[in-house]
Write a protein that binds this ligand. Structure first.
Ligand code: NAP
Length: 251
């Protein structure tokens, strides 16, 4: 189903929009004419910079602080976006963290914090926008999974669990919301150069790149262009899918 408003009035909410992949998504969608709400946790300066860069592309943009673990904060963020722009056409769940370690050294607290942000946060954000999108009878939901959620990875049990769980959420809501004109898809990046992967040494990055069929690390823009496709009207018959953007890692 097509939205009733022209593309210049459509709105996207991007959690984790202050940095990395989320920031690149904000810029890509602003470039397509979406008004942008930039969600962030604590980095107000970076979120304001993303919003300013979106505005420079000729759209409206606001930055909104909300911890995605907190249902009340998520609801407030979503209602603020809807009150400001009148609708929410696209939700991109990019807020996420990793706390790596072998399972025997992973504390319960670390497991809980990774799954609370990556998995529960995705659930809470989708839940909060679903009513609005159902009323609109239009929506595009995109969540960031990971190659690690599809294949597992030694030293990333909590992260893998959270990202596999995201796929389960997406496939379920895709089935629940399909008749309301709402699609839900996941994007599964491979190794993308952002703050999340900045701790690795150049030698570790080189070793990682050489093991990828397309032998380089990914850029946030590589992921953003896949998200932008799924956020667009032309992806209206694609739902419940996981689109890998990993240079072939998951093959
Ligand atoms: P990043 O550069 O570390 O940025 C993380 C973003 O998440 C920031 O905008 C941060 O906000 C926000 N965030 C963190 N905790 C939050 C919370 N509790 N509530 C709300 N927002 C929170 O990460 P990235 O590399 O762009 O990753 C983006 C997504 O892609 C994540 O879900 C990640 O798991 C996934 N992914 C990344 C890679 C990769 O290689 N980089 C690969 C596969 C999947 P502040 O700036 O305010 O802290």
């Amino acid at each position: 189903m097509k939205p009733s408003t022209p593309i210049t009035q459509r709105t996207a909410l991007v959690t984790g929009g202050s940095r990395g992949i989320g920031k690149a998504v904000c810029l890509a969608l602003a470039g397509q004419g979406f008004n942008i709400a930039v969600g962030f946790a604590g980095n107000a300066g970076a979120a304001d910079d993303t919003a300013a860069a979106c505005k420079a592309k000729g759209v409206e943009a606001i930055a909104l602080q909300a911890d995605v673990r907190d249902e009340a904060a998520v609801k407030t963020m979503v209602h603020t976006v809807n009150d400001t722009f009148g609708r929410i056409d696209v939700l991109v769940c990019s807020a996420g963290i990793a706390k790596d370690g072998l399972i025997m050294r992973t504390s319960e607290a670390d497991f809980d914090s990774v799954t609370a942000i990556n998995l529960k946060g995705t659930f809470l954000c989708i839940k909060a926008v679903s009513k609005i999108m159902m009323k609109q009878r239009y929506g595009r939901i995109i969540a960031l999974s990971s190659v690690v959620g599809l294949r597992g990875n030694a030293g990333q049990t909590s992260y893998a669990a959270s990202k596999a769980g995201v796929v389960g959420i997406i496939k379920s809501v895709a089935k629940e919301l399909a008749t309301r004109g709402i699609t839900a898809n996941a994007v599964a990046p491979g190794f993308i150069e952002t703050d999340m992967t900045a701790a690795l040494s150049p030698a570790q990055k080189e070793a990682a790149a050489s093991a990828i069929p397309i032998p380089r690390l990914g850029r946030p823009e590589d992921v953003a262009s896949a998200v932008a496709f799924l956020a667009g009207e032309s992806a209206g018959y694609t739902t419940g899918q996981v689109l890998s953007v990993d240079g072939g890692m998951a093959i």
